[in-house]
Design a protein around this ligand. Structure first.
Ligand code: FRU
Length: 471
Protein backbone atom coordinates (compact mmCIF):
# COMPACT_ATOMS: atom_id res chain seq x y z
CA UNK A 1 0.00 0.00 0.00
CA UNK A 2 2.86 2.38 0.71
CA UNK A 3 5.27 1.45 -2.08
CA UNK A 4 5.15 5.03 -3.42
CA UNK A 5 7.11 6.02 -0.31
CA UNK A 6 9.27 3.23 1.11
CA UNK A 7 10.04 5.29 4.24
CA UNK A 8 6.40 6.00 5.05
CA UNK A 9 6.21 3.82 8.16
CA UNK A 10 9.73 4.31 9.47
CA UNK A 11 9.93 5.35 13.15
CA UNK A 12 11.77 8.56 14.06
CA UNK A 13 13.41 7.58 17.34
CA UNK A 14 13.25 3.79 17.47
CA UNK A 15 16.08 1.76 16.04
CA UNK A 16 15.45 0.26 12.59
CA UNK A 17 17.85 -1.42 10.16
CA UNK A 18 18.80 0.74 7.17
CA UNK A 19 17.25 -1.90 5.00
CA UNK A 20 15.93 -5.45 5.00
CA UNK A 21 14.95 -7.80 7.76
CA UNK A 22 15.68 -7.48 11.50
CA UNK A 23 14.54 -9.51 14.51
CA UNK A 24 16.05 -10.06 17.98
CA UNK A 25 18.49 -7.60 19.58
CA UNK A 26 21.81 -9.40 20.15
CA UNK A 27 25.15 -8.93 21.87
CA UNK A 28 24.36 -5.68 23.64
CA UNK A 29 27.45 -4.51 25.46
CA UNK A 30 29.05 -1.22 26.50
CA UNK A 31 32.74 -0.65 25.82
CA UNK A 32 35.00 2.42 25.77
CA UNK A 33 32.30 5.02 25.25
CA UNK A 34 30.08 3.04 22.91
CA UNK A 35 26.87 1.10 23.43
CA UNK A 36 26.75 -1.73 20.94
CA UNK A 37 23.59 -3.18 19.50
CA UNK A 38 23.80 -6.22 17.26
CA UNK A 39 20.70 -7.78 15.80
CA UNK A 40 19.34 -10.74 13.87
CA UNK A 41 19.57 -9.63 10.29
CA UNK A 42 18.96 -10.95 6.80
CA UNK A 43 20.90 -8.54 4.55
CA UNK A 44 19.42 -9.98 1.37
CA UNK A 45 15.70 -9.69 1.93
CA UNK A 46 13.01 -8.06 4.05
CA UNK A 47 11.87 -11.49 5.18
CA UNK A 48 13.48 -13.78 7.74
CA UNK A 49 16.23 -15.88 6.13
CA UNK A 50 19.89 -16.83 6.67
CA UNK A 51 20.79 -14.94 9.83
CA UNK A 52 23.73 -12.56 10.29
CA UNK A 53 24.48 -10.15 13.12
CA UNK A 54 23.82 -6.59 12.00
CA UNK A 55 25.52 -3.90 14.07
CA UNK A 56 24.98 -0.36 15.29
CA UNK A 57 26.62 1.82 17.95
CA UNK A 58 25.50 4.74 20.07
CA UNK A 59 27.02 7.09 22.62
CA UNK A 60 23.73 7.61 24.46
CA UNK A 61 21.38 4.75 23.44
CA UNK A 62 19.18 7.32 21.69
CA UNK A 63 20.95 8.17 18.44
CA UNK A 64 22.42 5.23 16.55
CA UNK A 65 25.05 4.87 13.88
CA UNK A 66 24.92 1.91 11.52
CA UNK A 67 28.00 -0.27 11.21
CA UNK A 68 29.09 -3.07 8.88
CA UNK A 69 27.62 -6.52 9.41
CA UNK A 70 29.55 -8.08 12.30
CA UNK A 71 28.99 -11.82 11.89
CA UNK A 72 28.37 -13.82 8.71
CA UNK A 73 27.24 -17.44 8.41
CA UNK A 74 30.02 -20.04 8.24
CA UNK A 75 30.43 -23.81 7.86
CA UNK A 76 28.76 -24.37 11.28
CA UNK A 77 25.65 -22.55 10.23
CA UNK A 78 23.89 -19.21 10.24
CA UNK A 79 24.26 -16.82 13.20
CA UNK A 80 21.33 -16.98 15.61
CA UNK A 81 20.77 -14.89 18.74
CA UNK A 82 23.23 -14.41 21.59
CA UNK A 83 25.10 -11.98 23.78
CA UNK A 84 28.46 -10.27 24.29
CA UNK A 85 30.73 -9.52 27.24
CA UNK A 86 34.06 -7.78 27.88
CA UNK A 87 36.81 -10.16 29.00
CA UNK A 88 38.56 -7.77 31.42
CA UNK A 89 40.99 -10.39 32.77
CA UNK A 90 41.69 -12.07 29.45
CA UNK A 91 40.58 -15.46 30.74
CA UNK A 92 39.82 -16.59 27.19
CA UNK A 93 43.21 -15.48 25.86
CA UNK A 94 42.01 -13.25 23.01
CA UNK A 95 43.43 -10.15 24.69
CA UNK A 96 42.74 -7.97 27.71
CA UNK A 97 39.31 -6.35 27.35
CA UNK A 98 38.46 -8.34 24.25
CA UNK A 99 34.81 -8.18 23.29
CA UNK A 100 33.47 -11.72 23.08
CA UNK A 101 30.21 -12.61 21.38
CA UNK A 102 28.36 -15.84 22.08
CA UNK A 103 25.87 -16.92 19.46
CA UNK A 104 24.07 -19.98 18.21
CA UNK A 105 25.43 -21.68 15.12
CA UNK A 106 22.28 -22.84 13.36
CA UNK A 107 22.97 -25.62 10.87
CA UNK A 108 20.02 -26.30 8.59
CA UNK A 109 19.36 -29.25 6.35
CA UNK A 110 16.35 -30.53 4.47
CA UNK A 111 15.17 -34.04 5.18
CA UNK A 112 12.16 -35.42 3.33
CA UNK A 113 11.26 -31.86 2.39
CA UNK A 114 11.31 -30.86 6.06
CA UNK A 115 13.61 -28.31 7.63
CA UNK A 116 15.95 -29.81 10.23
CA UNK A 117 18.02 -27.66 12.53
CA UNK A 118 21.12 -28.52 14.50
CA UNK A 119 22.13 -25.85 17.00
CA UNK A 120 25.42 -25.42 18.87
CA UNK A 121 26.99 -22.45 20.69
CA UNK A 122 29.96 -20.62 19.23
CA UNK A 123 32.01 -17.55 20.00
CA UNK A 124 33.66 -14.72 18.10
CA UNK A 125 35.87 -11.94 19.41
CA UNK A 126 36.91 -8.40 18.61
CA UNK A 127 39.89 -6.48 19.94
CA UNK A 128 39.01 -3.16 18.27
CA UNK A 129 35.78 -2.29 20.10
CA UNK A 130 33.54 -4.27 17.77
CA UNK A 131 34.88 -3.00 14.42
CA UNK A 132 36.24 -6.31 13.18
CA UNK A 133 35.50 -9.84 14.31
CA UNK A 134 37.21 -13.21 14.28
CA UNK A 135 35.50 -16.52 14.92
CA UNK A 136 37.11 -18.80 17.48
CA UNK A 137 39.03 -21.59 15.72
CA UNK A 138 37.62 -24.37 17.93
CA UNK A 139 33.93 -23.56 17.61
CA UNK A 140 31.49 -24.72 18.75
CA UNK A 141 32.28 -24.10 22.41
CA UNK A 142 29.16 -25.93 23.51
CA UNK A 143 27.96 -28.93 21.55
CA UNK A 144 24.35 -29.98 21.24
CA UNK A 145 23.31 -32.49 23.93
CA UNK A 146 20.40 -33.74 21.82
CA UNK A 147 17.96 -30.85 22.17
CA UNK A 148 16.08 -29.54 19.14
CA UNK A 149 15.80 -25.91 20.29
CA UNK A 150 19.20 -25.26 21.91
CA UNK A 151 20.05 -21.60 21.45
CA UNK A 152 20.32 -17.93 22.43
CA UNK A 153 23.29 -17.98 24.88
CA UNK A 154 23.28 -15.05 27.33
CA UNK A 155 26.49 -14.82 29.32
CA UNK A 156 26.90 -12.96 32.63
CA UNK A 157 29.55 -12.74 35.34
CA UNK A 158 28.52 -14.28 38.67
CA UNK A 159 30.60 -12.48 41.28
CA UNK A 160 29.91 -14.75 44.27
CA UNK A 161 31.20 -17.90 42.56
CA UNK A 162 33.67 -16.05 40.30
CA UNK A 163 32.18 -17.92 37.34
CA UNK A 164 30.77 -16.96 33.96
CA UNK A 165 27.20 -18.21 33.63
CA UNK A 166 25.48 -18.94 30.34
CA UNK A 167 21.67 -19.12 30.22
CA UNK A 168 20.30 -20.87 27.17
CA UNK A 169 17.11 -22.11 25.52
CA UNK A 170 16.56 -25.85 25.98
CA UNK A 171 13.17 -26.43 24.41
CA UNK A 172 10.68 -25.17 27.00
CA UNK A 173 13.33 -24.89 29.70
CA UNK A 174 16.30 -22.65 30.37
CA UNK A 175 19.65 -24.39 30.87
CA UNK A 176 22.45 -22.86 32.95
CA UNK A 177 26.12 -23.54 32.22
CA UNK A 178 29.25 -22.38 34.02
CA UNK A 179 32.76 -21.56 32.79
CA UNK A 180 36.01 -20.10 34.11
CA UNK A 181 37.65 -19.45 30.72
CA UNK A 182 34.59 -18.72 28.53
CA UNK A 183 35.48 -21.67 26.28
CA UNK A 184 34.72 -24.78 28.32
CA UNK A 185 31.13 -24.86 29.57
CA UNK A 186 29.67 -27.28 32.12
CA UNK A 187 25.99 -27.82 32.74
CA UNK A 188 24.80 -26.60 36.14
CA UNK A 189 21.03 -26.99 36.12
CA UNK A 190 17.88 -26.09 34.27
CA UNK A 191 14.63 -24.35 35.07
CA UNK A 192 11.16 -24.25 33.64
CA UNK A 193 9.15 -27.36 34.36
CA UNK A 194 5.98 -26.41 36.22
CA UNK A 195 6.62 -22.67 35.97
CA UNK A 196 5.42 -19.95 33.65
CA UNK A 197 3.69 -19.95 30.29
CA UNK A 198 4.30 -22.95 28.04
CA UNK A 199 2.50 -22.13 24.81
CA UNK A 200 5.75 -22.61 22.91
CA UNK A 201 9.55 -22.58 22.97
CA UNK A 202 11.33 -20.61 25.69
CA UNK A 203 13.72 -18.31 23.86
CA UNK A 204 16.27 -15.59 24.59
CA UNK A 205 16.74 -15.95 28.37
CA UNK A 206 18.45 -13.30 30.49
CA UNK A 207 19.49 -13.84 34.11
CA UNK A 208 19.96 -10.55 35.96
CA UNK A 209 21.03 -9.69 39.48
CA UNK A 210 18.95 -6.78 40.78
CA UNK A 211 18.08 -5.01 44.03
CA UNK A 212 14.69 -4.82 45.65
CA UNK A 213 15.36 -2.19 48.29
CA UNK A 214 18.50 -3.59 49.88
CA UNK A 215 17.71 -7.21 49.04
CA UNK A 216 19.24 -9.08 46.12
CA UNK A 217 16.73 -10.52 43.69
CA UNK A 218 17.53 -12.55 40.59
CA UNK A 219 15.36 -11.94 37.57
CA UNK A 220 15.06 -14.48 34.79
CA UNK A 221 13.59 -13.02 31.61
CA UNK A 222 12.23 -15.62 29.18
CA UNK A 223 10.57 -15.00 25.84
CA UNK A 224 7.92 -17.51 24.82
CA UNK A 225 6.55 -18.14 21.35
CA UNK A 226 3.66 -18.74 20.98
CA UNK A 227 1.94 -18.31 24.34
CA UNK A 228 2.20 -14.54 24.89
CA UNK A 229 -0.56 -12.82 26.91
CA UNK A 230 -2.26 -11.40 23.81
CA UNK A 231 -1.33 -14.08 21.29
CA UNK A 232 1.90 -15.13 19.62
CA UNK A 233 5.18 -13.93 21.05
CA UNK A 234 5.51 -12.60 24.61
CA UNK A 235 8.05 -11.92 27.35
CA UNK A 236 7.60 -13.41 30.81
CA UNK A 237 9.89 -13.09 33.80
CA UNK A 238 10.54 -14.86 37.07
CA UNK A 239 11.80 -13.40 40.35
CA UNK A 240 13.92 -15.66 42.51
CA UNK A 241 17.37 -16.55 43.80
CA UNK A 242 20.40 -17.81 41.94
CA UNK A 243 23.19 -19.39 44.00
CA UNK A 244 25.65 -19.92 41.17
CA UNK A 245 24.09 -23.26 40.26
CA UNK A 246 20.31 -23.20 40.36
CA UNK A 247 17.56 -20.65 39.86
CA UNK A 248 14.85 -20.88 42.54
CA UNK A 249 11.75 -18.79 41.85
CA UNK A 250 10.03 -17.01 44.75
CA UNK A 251 6.57 -18.05 43.63
CA UNK A 252 4.60 -19.85 40.94
CA UNK A 253 3.15 -16.81 39.25
CA UNK A 254 3.50 -15.99 35.55
CA UNK A 255 4.46 -12.33 35.19
CA UNK A 256 4.67 -10.39 31.92
CA UNK A 257 7.32 -7.81 31.23
CA UNK A 258 5.05 -6.36 28.57
CA UNK A 259 1.40 -7.14 27.79
CA UNK A 260 1.49 -5.82 24.24
CA UNK A 261 1.93 -8.00 21.19
CA UNK A 262 5.16 -6.31 20.14
CA UNK A 263 7.99 -6.71 22.60
CA UNK A 264 9.90 -9.93 22.05
CA UNK A 265 13.33 -11.47 22.60
CA UNK A 266 14.41 -8.56 24.79
CA UNK A 267 17.49 -8.80 27.00
CA UNK A 268 19.79 -6.36 28.83
CA UNK A 269 23.13 -4.67 28.15
CA UNK A 270 26.33 -6.11 29.53
CA UNK A 271 29.13 -4.10 31.20
CA UNK A 272 26.95 -1.21 32.38
CA UNK A 273 27.63 -1.52 36.12
CA UNK A 274 24.50 -1.92 38.18
CA UNK A 275 22.20 -0.44 35.55
CA UNK A 276 19.70 -2.70 33.82
CA UNK A 277 19.14 -1.49 30.27
CA UNK A 278 16.70 -3.49 28.19
CA UNK A 279 15.67 -3.46 24.53
CA UNK A 280 13.25 -5.77 22.73
CA UNK A 281 12.26 -6.54 19.16
CA UNK A 282 9.05 -4.61 18.46
CA UNK A 283 7.21 -7.29 16.53
CA UNK A 284 5.54 -10.67 16.86
CA UNK A 285 6.30 -13.90 15.02
CA UNK A 286 2.59 -14.17 14.15
CA UNK A 287 2.86 -11.45 11.51
CA UNK A 288 6.46 -10.15 11.56
CA UNK A 289 7.09 -11.21 7.95
CA UNK A 290 3.84 -9.65 6.75
CA UNK A 291 3.87 -6.12 8.19
CA UNK A 292 3.45 -3.57 5.37
CA UNK A 293 6.99 -2.23 5.08
CA UNK A 294 9.12 -3.36 2.16
CA UNK A 295 12.48 -1.65 2.30
CA UNK A 296 13.13 -2.58 5.93
CA UNK A 297 11.21 -4.68 8.43
CA UNK A 298 10.79 -4.20 12.17
CA UNK A 299 11.99 -1.78 14.81
CA UNK A 300 13.31 -2.23 18.33
CA UNK A 301 11.43 -0.97 21.41
CA UNK A 302 12.69 2.09 23.25
CA UNK A 303 15.67 1.34 25.48
CA UNK A 304 14.25 0.83 28.96
CA UNK A 305 15.49 0.90 32.52
CA UNK A 306 14.43 -2.12 34.53
CA UNK A 307 13.60 -1.87 38.23
CA UNK A 308 11.95 -4.01 40.87
CA UNK A 309 9.06 -2.42 42.72
CA UNK A 310 6.75 -3.73 45.41
CA UNK A 311 3.01 -3.27 44.91
CA UNK A 312 0.51 -4.57 47.44
CA UNK A 313 3.08 -6.89 48.98
CA UNK A 314 4.27 -8.36 45.68
CA UNK A 315 7.37 -7.63 43.61
CA UNK A 316 7.22 -6.70 39.94
CA UNK A 317 9.75 -5.82 37.28
CA UNK A 318 9.08 -2.41 35.73
CA UNK A 319 10.40 -1.27 32.36
CA UNK A 320 10.45 2.44 31.47
CA UNK A 321 12.17 4.41 28.67
CA UNK A 322 15.56 5.78 29.68
CA UNK A 323 15.75 9.48 30.57
CA UNK A 324 17.98 10.02 27.51
CA UNK A 325 14.95 10.35 25.20
CA UNK A 326 13.97 13.56 26.96
CA UNK A 327 16.77 15.50 25.20
CA UNK A 328 14.80 15.37 21.95
CA UNK A 329 11.33 15.80 23.47
CA UNK A 330 10.12 19.38 23.30
CA UNK A 331 7.24 20.44 25.57
CA UNK A 332 4.23 21.74 23.63
CA UNK A 333 2.19 23.64 26.22
CA UNK A 334 -0.28 25.37 23.93
CA UNK A 335 -1.69 22.33 22.17
CA UNK A 336 -4.36 21.79 24.78
CA UNK A 337 -7.79 22.64 23.38
CA UNK A 338 -9.58 21.55 26.53
CA UNK A 339 -8.67 19.03 29.20
CA UNK A 340 -10.38 16.50 26.94
CA UNK A 341 -8.71 17.30 23.66
CA UNK A 342 -5.16 17.82 22.45
CA UNK A 343 -3.99 18.94 19.05
CA UNK A 344 -1.10 16.87 17.67
CA UNK A 345 -1.29 17.94 14.01
CA UNK A 346 2.09 18.00 12.33
CA UNK A 347 3.76 15.90 15.01
CA UNK A 348 4.63 13.16 12.54
CA UNK A 349 3.22 10.75 15.15
CA UNK A 350 6.48 11.19 17.10
CA UNK A 351 5.60 12.31 20.61
CA UNK A 352 5.25 11.59 24.27
CA UNK A 353 2.09 12.21 26.25
CA UNK A 354 2.09 12.11 30.07
CA UNK A 355 -0.74 12.24 32.57
CA UNK A 356 -0.20 12.39 36.31
CA UNK A 357 -2.73 11.13 38.85
CA UNK A 358 -5.33 9.56 36.56
CA UNK A 359 -8.24 8.34 38.64
CA UNK A 360 -8.67 4.57 38.44
CA UNK A 361 -11.96 4.52 40.33
CA UNK A 362 -13.65 5.22 36.97
CA UNK A 363 -13.37 3.86 33.44
CA UNK A 364 -11.46 6.06 31.03
CA UNK A 365 -10.42 6.37 27.41
CA UNK A 366 -7.54 8.00 25.55
CA UNK A 367 -8.14 8.03 21.80
CA UNK A 368 -5.71 9.04 19.05
CA UNK A 369 -7.56 10.03 15.87
CA UNK A 370 -7.07 11.43 12.40
CA UNK A 371 -9.30 12.94 9.74
CA UNK A 372 -9.54 9.73 7.71
CA UNK A 373 -11.07 7.78 10.56
CA UNK A 374 -8.06 5.85 11.78
CA UNK A 375 -7.80 5.48 15.54
CA UNK A 376 -5.83 3.91 18.35
CA UNK A 377 -7.36 3.81 21.78
CA UNK A 378 -6.44 3.01 25.34
CA UNK A 379 -9.27 2.06 27.62
CA UNK A 380 -9.39 1.33 31.34
CA UNK A 381 -12.14 -0.75 32.85
CA UNK A 382 -12.57 -0.41 36.59
CA UNK A 383 -14.79 -3.46 36.70
CA UNK A 384 -12.22 -5.82 35.22
CA UNK A 385 -9.15 -3.90 36.40
CA UNK A 386 -7.72 -4.18 32.88
CA UNK A 387 -6.16 -1.67 30.53
CA UNK A 388 -6.90 -2.35 26.86
CA UNK A 389 -5.03 -1.01 23.85
CA UNK A 390 -7.07 -1.32 20.70
CA UNK A 391 -5.40 -1.08 17.30
CA UNK A 392 -8.21 -2.70 15.37
CA UNK A 393 -9.51 0.70 14.20
CA UNK A 394 -6.20 1.41 12.49
CA UNK A 395 -5.87 1.84 8.75
CA UNK A 396 -3.96 -1.27 7.67
CA UNK A 397 -5.03 -4.30 9.63
CA UNK A 398 -5.92 -6.93 7.06
CA UNK A 399 -2.39 -7.91 5.96
CA UNK A 400 -2.59 -10.66 8.58
CA UNK A 401 -5.60 -12.28 10.22
CA UNK A 402 -4.19 -11.89 13.75
CA UNK A 403 -3.19 -8.26 13.49
CA UNK A 404 -6.44 -6.47 14.40
CA UNK A 405 -6.37 -6.72 18.16
CA UNK A 406 -7.51 -5.32 21.46
CA UNK A 407 -4.71 -6.08 23.89
CA UNK A 408 -5.62 -6.62 27.51
CA UNK A 409 -3.25 -5.83 30.37
CA UNK A 410 -3.99 -6.71 33.96
CA UNK A 411 -3.46 -3.94 36.49
CA UNK A 412 -2.21 -4.72 39.99
CA UNK A 413 -2.84 -1.12 41.11
CA UNK A 414 -6.42 -1.26 42.39
CA UNK A 415 -8.63 1.83 42.22
CA UNK A 416 -6.14 4.49 43.32
CA UNK A 417 -4.51 6.89 40.90
CA UNK A 418 -1.94 6.20 38.25
CA UNK A 419 0.57 7.93 36.03
CA UNK A 420 0.34 7.28 32.33
CA UNK A 421 3.04 7.81 29.72
CA UNK A 422 2.46 7.09 26.07
CA UNK A 423 5.35 7.11 23.59
CA UNK A 424 4.19 7.25 20.00
CA UNK A 425 6.59 6.91 17.10
CA UNK A 426 5.09 6.82 13.62
CA UNK A 427 3.98 3.18 13.71
CA UNK A 428 4.27 2.21 17.37
CA UNK A 429 2.76 2.99 20.73
CA UNK A 430 4.35 2.14 24.06
CA UNK A 431 2.04 2.60 27.03
CA UNK A 432 3.51 2.79 30.54
CA UNK A 433 1.33 2.79 33.63
CA UNK A 434 3.12 3.85 36.83
CA UNK A 435 6.54 4.08 35.23
CA UNK A 436 6.33 0.70 33.56
CA UNK A 437 4.58 -1.40 36.18
CA UNK A 438 2.09 -2.19 33.41
CA UNK A 439 3.46 -1.90 29.88
CA UNK A 440 1.72 -2.35 26.53
CA UNK A 441 3.80 -2.15 23.36
CA UNK A 442 2.12 -2.29 19.99
CA UNK A 443 2.89 -1.51 16.39
CA UNK A 444 0.18 -0.17 14.05
CA UNK A 445 0.07 0.95 10.43
CA UNK A 446 -1.99 3.89 9.30
CA UNK A 447 -2.34 5.84 6.06
CA UNK A 448 -2.10 9.17 7.89
CA UNK A 449 -0.64 10.52 11.14
CA UNK A 450 -2.92 11.31 14.06
CA UNK A 451 -4.31 14.86 14.41
CA UNK A 452 -5.75 14.79 17.89
CA UNK A 453 -5.96 12.98 21.21
CA UNK A 454 -9.24 12.82 23.14
CA UNK A 455 -9.36 11.87 26.78
CA UNK A 456 -12.45 11.03 28.81
CA UNK A 457 -11.02 11.66 32.27
CA UNK A 458 -11.09 14.99 34.03
CA UNK A 459 -7.61 16.11 34.81
CA UNK A 460 -5.92 19.28 35.93
CA UNK A 461 -4.20 20.71 32.82
CA UNK A 462 -1.03 20.97 34.88
CA UNK A 463 -1.01 17.18 35.16
CA UNK A 464 -1.02 16.72 31.42
CA UNK A 465 2.14 17.09 29.36
CA UNK A 466 2.65 16.78 25.64
CA UNK A 467 6.07 16.57 24.01
CA UNK A 468 6.95 16.56 20.35
CA UNK A 469 9.95 14.52 19.30
CA UNK A 470 12.38 16.79 17.46
CA UNK A 471 15.63 15.64 15.92
C1 FRU B 1 13.70 -15.51 18.71
C2 FRU B 1 14.48 -16.45 17.81
C3 FRU B 1 15.67 -17.02 18.56
C4 FRU B 1 16.61 -17.36 17.45
C5 FRU B 1 16.37 -16.25 16.46
C6 FRU B 1 16.51 -16.64 15.03
O1 FRU B 1 12.97 -14.56 18.03
O2 FRU B 1 13.63 -17.47 17.34
O3 FRU B 1 15.35 -18.09 19.39
O4 FRU B 1 17.94 -17.41 17.88
O5 FRU B 1 15.05 -15.79 16.69
O6 FRU B 1 16.47 -15.53 14.19
Amino acid sequence: AQTDNPEKFRPVYHFTPEQHWMNDPNGMVYHEGLYHLFYQHNPNSSKWGPMHWGHAVSKDLVDWEHREIALYPDSLGTIFSGSAIIDKDNVAGFGKNAMIAFYTSNYETQEDGKRKRFQTQSLAYSTDNGRTWAKYANNPVLDNPGIKAFRDPKVIWHEASKTWIMSITEGQKIGFYGSKDLKKWDKLSDFGEGYGAHGGVWECPDLISMKSGTKDVWVLIVSVNPGGPNGGSGTQYFLGDFDGTTFKPHDKETRWLDWGTDNYAGVTWSNVGNKHLFIGWMSNWLYANAVPTEKWRSAMTTVRDLKIVEVQGKNYLTSFPIAGYQKNLKAEANRLRSTHSLDIKGFNNALKLSFKGVDLSEDFRVVFENSIGEALSLHYSKKSGYFALNRSEGGLISFHKDFAKKMLAESPIGDGRCNLDIYLDKTSAEVFVNEGLVTITSVFFNEADFDSVKTSFSINPGNMNLYRYVK
